[in-house]
Structures are given as C-alpha cells and as structure tokens.
Design a protein around this ligand. Structure first.
Ligand SMILES: Cc1cc2nc3c(=O)[nH]c(=O)nc-3n(C[C@H](O)[C@H](O)[C@H](O)COP(=O)(O)OP(=O)(O)OC[C@H]3O[C@@H](n4cnc5c(N)ncnc54)[C@H](O)[C@@H]3O)c2cc1C
Length: 397
C-alpha cells in the first residue's frame, strides 16, 4: 500500500473526510495544513441528512449530534406573518438522520483529526502550506514550506482540498469559472433568544423581504443571523456595533441593545472549477466550487465530493478498479456543482430578495402548496437535503 500514498492539501472538512476514508481502507495518507493548528473560525453550521449518513461511519454524526442540535423542521417566512414549514420526518425512510444538525464545522474537523491520529499510516503536518505541485506519469509531488524549510514530498495521488483560494488549483492552472455577487453577506451571532419572541420560530428559518431578507440559524447557545449588505457599504460600517444593531433591530425590535458574540463579513461567489482533475491531482470542496450559503450546500457538497473521490481511490489502490475509474469523479460531481447546487442556491437568493410582488406571490404559493401536500413536501425535502444530488451523481457512469 505504501506506493499508493495519497497527499492531501488542507485539513478542512473535505480534506479530513477524504483522509479518514482512505485511512480506514489502509491507504497511507499525509495531510498538509497551512495553519499551525486546526482553524476554529465560524463558518458552515448545517449538516444535511445524507452528509450525516456518510459521517456515521466515522462515528462523527453521533458526536455532531451531541455537540450540536437537531433541527427537524425548516421554515420560510416573511415579516408580515406568512410562514410555511417542512418536516424532515417525511423522508425518514430514506435516511438514518431525518433532520439537519446545527453545529459549527470546526467541531467536525476536531473529531476527524482526532480519529485520523489513531492510524499509524496517516498524519497531518501543520504549519505546512503547499506552495507548488509537480507530476509525471508515475507520481505527483507537492512542495511544502514547512517549519524546517522547503521540502518536496512524493505520492501517488493528490487531493487539493485547500479551500476557495486553492494554491493547488492555481498551480495546476485550473480556472474557477463563474461570478462574484456585488454584495457581501454579514453573519452576526447573538445569544438573544429569538424563539421567545417570534412565534413558532424553527431553528432554521429564512425570511423573505424585498428590502432586506435575512435568515436565522440556531447553534448551541446562539442564533446566527445572516444579512445581505449593499455593495456601496464600507466594511468598517457594516461591522460596526451600530450598523449590526440596526440590522438586528429589524429582525426583532427591542429596547435593549443586542449582545453580539461574533461578526463575519464575506464575499459570495457562484464559481465552479473548469476541471476537477489534472493527471494525478484532483480538486474537491471549496477548491472546486463556491456558492452562496442559502441552502447550506457548500460544505455538504464538499464532503460528498470527498467521499466520492476517496472511495474511488481506495478501489484503485486495492486493484478493484482501473485508474480510469477516477475520471468518473469529475463526471459525477462537477455537474452537481454546476446544475444543482448553483441553480438551487441562486434560486433561493432570488426568491428571498424578490422585489416584484407577482414573483413574491408565485414563490409563496408554490412553497405553501408544497408544504401542505405530503408528496410535494417529500420531493422538496429530497432536493434541499441533497439526496437528489447524490442520486443524480450515482446514476452517471
Ligand atoms: C462565513 C461563512 C459561512 C459559511 N456558511 C456555510 C453554511 O452555512 N453551510 C455550508 O454548507 N457552507 C458554508 N460555508 C462554506 C463552508 O465553510 C465551506 O464550503 C467549507 O469550509 C469547505 O470546506 P473545505 O474543506 O473545502 O475548505 P476549508 O474549510 O476552507 O479548508 C481548507 C483548509 O486548507 C487550508 N489551506 C489553505 N491553503 C493551503 C495550502 N496552500 N496548503 C495547505 N493547506 C492550506 C486552510 O487553512 C484550511 O484549513 C460558509 C463559509 C463562510 C466563509
């Protein structure tokens, strides 16, 4: 197996899921992480049902359920009082986890890194950014700027899971095609208990509004509120106490100021790499695709990439499949990023921000009809939970 060594750039959720899948099968793996320790920044916090099914084999779904909270329902509302709800119970026959788990993604990374450390044939090298990639017909190499200087490490395959600004993607000369929205998104977290004041509020609630849509996601001890910002607003203003306060007061007006524990402003893209493979190197997760967060599909889709690719690498390492099997990875996963995740997340954004009253009415009527009809609700949840995307990918030869 030593000659089958897989190199992975990036110890995010995608790199670590791939590494655990490979290590479980006895394939040697080295993960290079640029940071001195696992980053603990607040990013994705939603795990969809099929992602939890995949993480169950690492016992990570159970750990996430312990550390996070279960959201069995999903809600759309507006400021005037319209609300519809979808209950994941209608897809309970298709998944072992008929709910979303709300938990910060860095907690998953901790669980996966801890598990990886139990394998003699797997390791994470911290403070080790990959700065270059080379390859020939028989091997691939990465140049790493490690704590002891620059080194070249050789392996059989490379997975670039080094995030949206992927150095691996750049070194391979692969374009990230698509566009960036003019507005950035603000996330503000507060311990204020919105569920005490907003009637029947679900843990995952999207609020449509032609002036300023927002969504509320609960994680343990906090609500995360996400808002679009205007392109002309300055970063310092957006992140200032007063402007965040004004936005939160529009969610629920109250006399006291809001306590804000975290604030993040980030650019939002709809981009997909022109190719997911170059020779012995592959791209997965944010290195391969970026989308807006309306639907919580970025990290989930990346984990689905990681499982798809790592399982193929395992079959090739064991001699159960020829190397041409690896071409199926791009054939199966790239159309999902382009036609499924991109389409759904763009449609979600357009629906929440729609200004045209006719467009708003059509969206509300469609959702209300779906929520009230068990067959339509099931179809809807199969799509938004990403089960449909996995079925679609599996059907591609
Ligand atoms: C504020 C915010 C909110 C988000 N909310 C959601 C959400 O609700 N739902 C959702 O599904 N997604 C969400 N996302 C997106 C989600 O966080 C990403 O899709 C997810 O982190 C992708 O995982 P990844 O492993 O591909 O990349 P990352 O998590 O970015 O991990 C990449 C890793 O590679 C390391 N690295 C970078 N360069 C190098 C290098 N040259 N060499 C070695 N290591 C390197 C980085 O330090 C990092 O540890 C959000 C993102 C942001 C920024």
């Amino acid at each position: 197996m030593e000659s089958n060594r897989v190199l992975i750039a990036g110890a995010g959720p995608v790199g670590l899921v791939a590494a655990n899948t490979l290590a479980d099968a006895g394939v040697p793996v080295v993960v290079f992480e640029a940071e001195p320790r696992l980053p603990e920044n607040l990013r994705a916090s939603t795990f969809h049902p099929p992602t939890l099914d995949m993480l169950a084999k690492f016992d990570a779904a159970r750990r996430l359920m312990e550390m996070g909270l279960l959201a069995p329902r999903l809600q759309y509302r507006d400021r005037a009082g319209w609300a519809v709800e979808f209950d994941f119970g209608v897809i309970a026959d298709l998944t072992d986890h008929p709910f979303r788990v709300q938990c910060e993604q860095y907690k998953l990374n901790g669980v996966l890194a801890e598990r990886l450390a139990t394998f003699a044939h797997a390791r994470i090298e911290f403070s080790s950014p990959v700065v270059d990639v080379g390859q020939d017909a028989n091997s691939v190499s990465v140049t790493v700027d490690g704590p002891d200087g620059r080194r070249v490490i050789r392996g059989n395959w490379l997975i670039g899971a080094d995030g949206g600004r992927s150095r691996v993607r750049e070194a391979l000369g692969i374009e990230l095609e698509g566009f960036t929205w003019p507005e950035r998104f603000l996330v503000a977290s507060t311990p204020f208990e919105f569920a005490d004041v907003i009637p029947n509020l679900c843990d995952v609630s999207y609020f449509a509004d032609p002036e300023e849509w927002f969504f509320l996601l609960r994680v343990p001890g906090l609500w995360r509120a996400m808002f679009p910002t205007r392109a002309e607003e300055a970063e310092a203003d957006i992140l200032s106490d007063d402007v965040i306060e004004r936005r939160l007061q529009r969610v629920w007006p109250k006399r006291e100021r809001y306590e804000v524990r975290h604030r993040t402003l980030y650019s939002v893209h709809q981009r997909v790499a022109e190719s997911y493979r170059k020779g012995r190197a592959f791209l997965a997760g944010d290195a391969a695709h970026l989308n807006n967060p309306l639907g919580g599909m970025g990290m989930n889709g990346g984990i689905h990439d990681a499982v798809n690719l790592a399982e193929k690498l395992v079959r090739v390492a064991r001699g159960e499949a020829s190397a041409s099997e690896l071409d199926r990875y791009e054939r199966q996963r790239r159309p999902i990023a382009l036609e499924y995740v991109n389409t759904i997340t763009i449609a979600n954004k357009r629906s929440l921000e729609a200004r045209d009253p006719e467009e708003q009415r059509t969206w509300r009527e469609t959702l209300t009809r779906s929520a009230n009809d068990p067959a339509l609700a099931r179809e809807y949840l199969i799509r938004v939970s990403m089960l449909a995307s996995l079925r679609k990918a599996a059907a591609i030869e």
